[in-house]
Design a protein around this ligand. Structure first.
Ligand code: CTP
Ligand code: CA
Length: 225
């Protein structure tokens, strides 16, 4: 409602949000990907827009549709995602909710790979993808005031996420435990711990929409104060 009225605490602020998986081609008909529905990223973009932000939503091929009221940039690969984020800057804040494939296939084929009848499987060579969050966090000029990353972990969640925050150079890390059995991956709920320079804070388990609203409110407070 506030966005429709052109009001809200984030009016006039530009926020870039990445979301969804990336797909890295093997050949024209095959790819490798990360598991991600894009639900949490879409909810965050919607919550930011509801607070009046001008949102650029850079999304890989997600299952959940992009929200209304945001500028959508559809991408496929990690390298396309980085280029789209760079093209979208400057921004006041950037939220990196995408599940980016860490590696792409270095020897991707231009034509469909065919079985040759020998029974032997082809070998794939991998190359590391650019780290979008780290690239933006370490920008010397034009870095957004607030850069937020996510960390999906299965072990030592807070320790791993705290180390990740330092390594990436971002301001906040939103960490969650995606171990099998938590039901978070692909589910409607999330249980996150937010790590900032001041320390870590665990939020109650709640719907992904509600996590998004808490985060958007937190971002508004940080940018406006
Ligand atoms: N990220 C990114 N670009 C990449 C990889 C990750 O922007 N190539 C971002 C994600 O969107 C997320 C954060 O970095 O906000 C952490 O992603 P994660 O996969 O947990 O971190 P990695 O550094 O890839 O470490 P890991 O080996 O644990 O996967
Ligand atoms: Ca990764």
């Amino acid at each position: 409602i506030e966005a429709a009225l052109g009001t809200g605490p984030l009016k006039g602020r530009h926020v870039v949000v990445t979301s969804g998986p990336t797909h890295e081609p093997i050949d024209p008909v095959r790819y490798i990907a990360n598991r991600s529905s894009g639900a949490q990223g879409a909810a965050i973009a919607a919550a930011l827009a509801a607070l009046g932000a001008d949102v650029t939503f850079v999304s890989g091929p997600a299952t959940v549709p992009p929200p209304e009221g945001v500028r959508v940039v559809q991408v496929e690969t990690a390298r396309e995602m980085l280029a789209a984020v760079e093209a979208a800057l400057p921004a006041d804040a950037a939220v990196f909710a995408a599940a980016v494939a860490d590696w792409r296939v270095a020897n991707a084929a231009e034509r469909k790979m065919k079985k040759d009848g020998s029974g032997k499987a082809p070998a794939l060579d991998f190359a590391e993808n650019p780290d979008i969050l780290a690239t933006v966090s370490k920008m010397e000029t034009g870095r957004p005031e607030l850069v937020i990353g996510f960390a999906a972990e299965t072990d030592d969640v807070v320790a791993n996420a705290t180390a990740k925050r330092a390594r990436k150079g971002c301001d906040w890390i939103v960490a969650n435990d995606v171990s099998a059995g938590t039901g978070i991956m692909g589910g409607a709920e999330n249980a996150v711990t937010v790590i900032t320079a001041e320390g870590s804070e665990s939020w109650p388990r709640m719907g992904k929409d509600e996590v998004a609203r808490w985060l958007a409110a937190r971002i508004a407070k940080a940018l406006v104060e």
